[in-house]
Ligand binder design. Sequence first.
Ligand SMILES: [Zn+2]
Length: 44
Amino acid sequence: MAEKCTLCWGYGLWAIGDEVPMGPIDFEDGEPNKKCPECGSGRK
Ligand SMILES: [Zn+2]
């Protein structure tokens, strides 16, 4: 993806709690996230 997604910022959304964007540090730490419906980022 060329530009950062405005919904998840490119790192997917938190799987737990509110659907808020995950930051790059948490993403690399392997925190559970879910795919962004907008751009498809996220592992699960
Ligand atoms: Zn996204």
